[in-house]
Design a protein around this ligand. Sequence first.
Ligand code: ACM
Ligand code: ZN
Length: 751
Amino acid sequence: MKILRVLLFVLSMIMTLSFDTYCNGNNQSLIPRPMLINWLDDEFILKSNSSVSSESEKLQDYFDDALRTLTGIRLISHKNNTGSEIRFILDPDFNSSNKEAYSMNISPARITISSGDETGLFRGIQTLLQLIPAEIKLKKDSDSIKIPCVKIFDEPEFSWRGLNLDCSRHFMTVDFVKRYIDILAYYKFNTLHWHLTEDQGWRIEVKKYPKLTEIGAWRKEADGSIYGGFYTQDEIREIVAYAESRFINIVPEIEMPGHSLASLAAYPENSCEGGPFEVTNVWGVHKDIYCAGRDSTFIFLQNILDEVIQLFPGKYIHIGGDEAPKDRWKECPECQARIIEKGLKNEDELQSYFITRISRYLSSKGRDIIGWDEILEGGLAPGAIVQSWRSFQGAIDAAKSGHFTISSPNSHTYLDHDPDDLDLRLAYSFNPIPNELTEDEKVFVLGSEANMWTEHAPQETIDSKLFPRLLALAEVFWSNPQSVPGKADYDEFYNRVQNTYADLTARGIKYGRETKVITPKTNFDKTKNEFTVKLVRGQKDIEIRYTTNGSAPDVNSELYVDPITVRSTANLKIAAFKNNSIISKAITLGFVYHKALGSKITFANSYDERYRAAGENALVDGVRGTNNIHDNNWQGFEGVHFEAVIDLGKAINISRVTPRFILNSNSWVFLPEQVEISLSNDSMNFTDKRSILNDVQQKNSEIVLKDFPAEFNGTTARYIKVNARSILKCPEWHPGAGYDAWLFIDEIVVE
Ligand code: ACM
Ligand code: ZN
């Protein structure tokens, strides 16, 4: 059928005599790219006296509102208008049975959007809104809009095109969530996956259990401040209705049995050990989870789900199921009794029992569950949809066992990941359908979701995390460019992204980076005693600007043209700009002149290759690490002590030696317990040993940079040995308890 439709459409395009490739000036910015498109030479002029006739009254109202919001143009009245005409037609004989399919025909006299369903009309209206030039959206005071003439036929490859918004780690306001519903609609997504409960915050009002929000919605931050928020049921109804009017389904996620500490802080009786617990401010995985042995826990969850069902009319309820450590279940008499009573083999099967029991309950209410791919462990509940996140494997296993799946591997869809690791090109290269599936199995892949986890993303940073990479996923989800050889054309997509920036700006979207935008390459020239800094660009059409006086770079700072020379201890701050907006975090390069610059250094235990920084030379290259362990200046050592010897080349006077370490407990990076520094002239006998004890609390979610200075009063020596004693394993209070701890060290400054 699809092939027939394509042939018919191509034929009609040829007959219009102006078969045009996808290359018409300003109009190259449609994202996702429609299935079939034929640009024509003329223009349609939209004015306030244009008439809109729609077979769907609600879409007529929607279009009036959207047009007014985007452009400032207020359509006067639809009846008796004499101007150009816009028609939204519901066609029972429309040539696609896909509810989201539409066709669009724009001629100088008329815009016609047709579909067999309101959903398709709505998707088509989004294409029309995208065709309005960005300048019109920016100014909002035009009295006429030129829209290019075009013929389009369009329908999606995937029926599930979602964004997962984590409103638990960081709370997002009602207006912000609605704004994102509009953004999703604009790019033809159809699902908002709303992550509403977590260890760090419970965000949905439940009338039967008021403490869930009185206690569970608020956490104490490391600085003592209180952080939190929640959505009342009225607010949720308002958001659900708003999404419905944009043909977007909301899937609420109520996490169980893990990621439930905020709930347990409010009702500790649902845990194995009984608490008390606090809503945590520590990211990661926590061991206290719902008890699977107590029936009262299930009743509690069912009562919550009863209220959830009332609020969310969609078929699917996401119940999480990920990252549930089994430590407490192993020790809990009730959980162990359940294992015996039900003849289960182990705690994995107990998890499966848990999920299946909840799944059956929801099934009895006419709903189906979605769970993260861990729900495959120990057996899958009938009818469950698997959201594959750890890799593609969950999607493969689900499809091969006849279960529907949402294929959203973190490698390609976790847009909280830094663009250095997951960039625009990688996002565009994503194919949600794993190669391992047969044609029959592929139908189980419903689609995919972008995921916006917010541990490190308060609301005001969400735009910059999602954009522009969400554009790549919008295109992947709608048209799956990688599905057939020759369909994907990254350069062509990239051009549309470039044209879309103005549209993003006009709509107030504060986009971030496509990729790693600046790679600094520093070099110390021993003979000239100076550093040179070359800045390599990773993205087209950006300006790099910098400061040397410690201030944050802005659009008026010095423009980078040639490599920068640094001749004294200095802080170079660098940032990338596009369209007069900053699009990167400022990179700080702290240069420090000292006596060991460029010296040879040998290690007793090697650094981890992932955290090699500048390699052998990194600790004596004169460039300081920032508070970001990924800044390519910190060297990481996993589960071992640190020991290195610096050879200064000849004996010199030494007054002080200062290695610097970093604490970042959320990333399993801890300070050494103690640092020992000693000197030698023959590299065999080390004397003058100084010991410096750590005096900073390791249980601290703040990032701390800590110097361990050793004083030597001008002792003469050629060799310096630095020993740092790691804690080796993450401490008992830490989510990684028992696993290898990291030591991160940067410059060893010798004075
Ligand atoms: C997940 O990222 N834990 C689903
Ligand atoms: Zn238990």
